[in-house]
Design a binder for this molecule. Structure first.
Ligand SMILES: Cc1ncc(COP(=O)(O)O)c(C=O)c1O
Length: 405
């Protein structure tokens, strides 16, 4: 078999997968260790055809996949690897650029700067911010806090009690102390309660993790009030911006502080190129060509395509919220701003936990939970681009069925 034939088979596999992913159990129905036990313990001595890899992906690995691409994946946060994004990943792997200096892949560096500018325009961010891509929000947060430590000499990070654990981890790694501030009744950071003594940075979260992509829609931009006062901003394009994992966008209005924290040029990387070198803004030296997939999504969807998908997810979440609110015995637990609904069955935590366990085990949908005001709360995050009203309806029917026993 040639690369061309194997490639056609792989693409056919990908196309078929996307057609049937809605029929597969959303949460993998396997026991710990089961997948590993089904595979040889040692690598093959002799080369095998690529067809064997595809066959085993289908037969052995697929049962152990939790389907993030399923239209009924409602857990944690919403993601979709869109078709343009998937194809661009293949092309980026083909080029295999390692952009640690401008000259090692000028197009990669320049497209990254350009796409970050494009997304800044789409989200209505202030003009002139410097943007680059990291792998995940965890890394972006480490980078921003390292720059803050460098710029201020402070040793404390201030955040809300509801800040994501990646903030705790970044502070721990950087040797910074974390000061958590109580939230208000709406789970917002209480700005007038901040103790800024010795602070290097205040980390604020806008809504939930996916929220910032919603800024593509002008009617949802109320939540960005004051964004021009931020020194940096992280948005994961691999969440609600239809870009395959991983693609975390990090902008800063203080690029000099980032360079002071990260720029380090050994002799063997010294050049006369007078251009931006993106490893000067974060921990990694070698950088994948991540902007290619983001660029492909932006080109193939356009502003209108992004807006339509985000508006539909918000509409579906609103619909679901209405069903919960109107159903006796259920309650909404926090104000819904975008496409995340937090709710629970009126009853004990154990009862709610059992409902989630039951629907997840059924394979019909996948949900996760959190704790608000000490109570177990079920979360339904809508945002996969294939999710339809029928999927959301099926989720609600399953939940009601599970509650009825
Ligand atoms: C608000 C927030 N910050 C950070 C993260 C961590 O993101 P990543 O998995 O890209 O490190 C998440 C993940 O969901 C999140 O919701």
């Amino acid at each position: 078999m040639t690369f061309r034939e194997d490639g056609a088979a792989a693409l056919e596999w990908a196309a078929r997968y996307l057609e049937r992913v809605g029929e597969l159990p959303v949460l993998a129905q396997v026991q710990p260790g089961e997948i590993r036990a089904s595979l040889p313990a040692s690598p093959p001595d002799r080369p095998e055809p690529f067809a064997n890899v595809l066959r085993d992906l289908d037969e052995l690995l697929l049962p152990g996949i939790t389907h993030w691409q399923s239209p009924r994946f409602f857990a944690y946060f919403a993601v979709s690897a869109s078709e343009p994004g998937i194809l661009a990943e293949l092309l980026a792997a083909t080029l295999n650029s390692v952009a640690f200096l401008w000259r090692t892949s000028p197009a990669s560096t320049e497209l990254e700067l350009l796409t970050l500018d494009w997304v800044a325009q789409l989200l209505g961010l202030p003009a002139g911010w410097h943007g680059h891509i990291e792998d995940t929000a965890s890394t972006s947060t480490i980078a921003a806090l390292a720059a803050a430590r460098e710029a201020t000499g402070g040793h404390v990070v201030v955040c809300s009690e509801h800040a994501h654990s990646s903030v705790d981890k970044a502070a721990k790694l950087l040797g910074l102390e974390l000061r958590k501030t109580p939230a208000d009744d709406d789970f917002r950071l209480r700005v007038n309660a901040l103790d800024l003594t010795d602070a290097a940075a205040v980390v604020a979260t806008v809504g939930t993790t996916s929220t910032a992509s919603a800024w593509v829609c002008p009617e949802l931009r109320w939540s960005q009030d004051g964004v021009e006062r931020a020194d940096s901003l992280v948005v994961n394009a691999h969440k609600w911006m239809f870009t395959p994992m991983d693609c975390s966008l990090l902008w800063t209005s203080r690029p000099d502080d980032f360079r002071r924290a990260f720029s380090l040029v050994p002799e063997y990387l010294r050049t006369s190129d007078e251009v931006d070198s993106l490893p000067d803004y974060g921990p990694a030296l070698g950088r994948r060509f991540r902007s290619l997939k983001l660029w492909a999504v932006l080109r193939c969807y356009g502003r209108e395509g992004l807006q339509a998908r985000i508006r539909e997810a918000v509409r579906l979440a609103e619909l679901f919220e209405g069903w919960v609110r109107d159903e006796p015995g259920w309650e909404i637990c926090s104000r819904r701003h975008f496409s995340l609904v937090c709710f629970r069955r009126r009853g004990s935590d154990q009862e709610n936990e059992a409902i989630v366990e039951r629907v997840n085990r059924s394979g019909e949908l996948f949900l996760s939970h959190t704790r608000l005001n000490g109570q177990y709360v079920i979360r339904l995050a809508v945002g996969n681009e294939r999710t339809t009203q029928e999927d959301v309806r099926r989720a609600w029917d399953s939940l009601r069925g599970a509650a009825a026993g």
